[in-house]
Design a protein around this ligand. Structure first.
Ligand code: G3H
Ligand code: ZN
Length: 283
């Protein structure tokens, strides 16, 4: 069933695993992720960035595609459709109105006071419709959808204050993670993660899941991380398959001949992540 992230993440935090947010970019990504979740008996979050939503034809088209696939595939595991890095109240409202079951309001680039104000407005609108809300503090490094940011660690005191002021469902404190591939080993702020997890009691979200070594993922989960976002790794895996097929066969022209195998590569990647995150067999 299509659900919000709220119960999903409370259960994950209590039982010591994390639910994967896998970003969708097109039909094949959506198929692969839903099939992986069902096969692994894992809850799953379909992440939709504003850019990817636009690419797929808008939020309404995204919701209808997901609903249609869930019906065709007879999906039984909990699935959330989540706006990733929502940039404004209006974008979050648009997603909620289109049928998204969860939204992230990323007001982390605003002042702390503004972040609280915008986040509270989103919570009020979303909760009235049973939609969960994720907020962010600090800055995730790297680039996503053309938005480039330097790394800025979240301040634990601000995290506590934001949670107390806004009634959000989960919190993404940026603690050294990066969107896209890492240059060298990630340096995650585990001490702050522990402190923020304990002081806020919130399920924590780890952005930039691509390229974080499994041991660091497990350590983050043990410190209250209940949601991990992965996008680039699936993009790399699927594009590699397409590149190999096109390079080795100059005559291929049917898109199904390369998009089908690309879809299989995404599915395998997602299954691998679900096992590391511990969400397999938890639905
Ligand atoms: O919000 C989306 C994620 O943080 C994706 O990060 O592309 O580095 O896996 P990634
Ligand atoms: Zn992110």
């Amino acid at each position: 069933p299509l659900v919000s992230m709220k119960e999903m993440l409370i259960k994950a935090k209590n039982e010591g695993y994390a639910v994967g947010q896998f970003n969708i970019n097109n039909l094949e990504f959506t198929q692969a992720i839903l099939l992986a979740a069902e096969e692994e008996k894992s809850p799953v979050i379909l992440g939709v960035s504003e850019g990817a939503g636009k690419y797929m034809g808008g939020f309404i088209a995204v919701v209808q595609m997901v609903k249609g696939l869930m019906e065709s595939y007879k999906i039984t595991v909990p699935v959330a459709i989540h706006l990733d890095h929502g940039s404004s109240f209006d974008k979050c409202k648009e997603a909620v109105d289109a049928g998204f079951t969860s939204v992230m309001i990323d007001a982390s680039h605003h002042s702390f006071e503004e972040n609280i104000k915008i986040t509270s407005e989103v919570v009020e609108y979303a909760h009235a419709k049973g939609v969960s809300v994720e907020a962010e503090l600090g800055t995730v490094g790297g680039e996503e959808d053309g938005v480039i940011g330097g790394i800025m660690y979240a301040d634990p005191a601000e995290c506590k204050a934001l949670v107390e002021a806004t009634n959000i469902d989960c919190l993404a404190p940026a603690l050294g993670s990066v969107h896209g591939p890492y240059k060298g080993e990630p340096k995650l702020g585990f001490d702050e993660m522990k402190q923020i997890g304990e002081e806020t009691g919130m399920p924590l979200v780890l952005h930039g899941g691509t390229g974080i070594p499994d041991e660091q993922i497990k350590r983050a989960v043990s410190l209250g991380t209940a949601k991990i976002n992965v996008n680039t790794e699936n993009q790399i895996a699927s594009t590699k398959v397409i590149r190999d097929i096109l390079n080795s066969d100059a005559k291929v022209y049917d898109p199904r001949k390369y998009l089908g195998p690309a879809r299989d590569a995404i599915k395998e990647t997602v299954i691998g992540k679900m096992r590391v995150f511990g969400s397999s067999q938890k639905a």
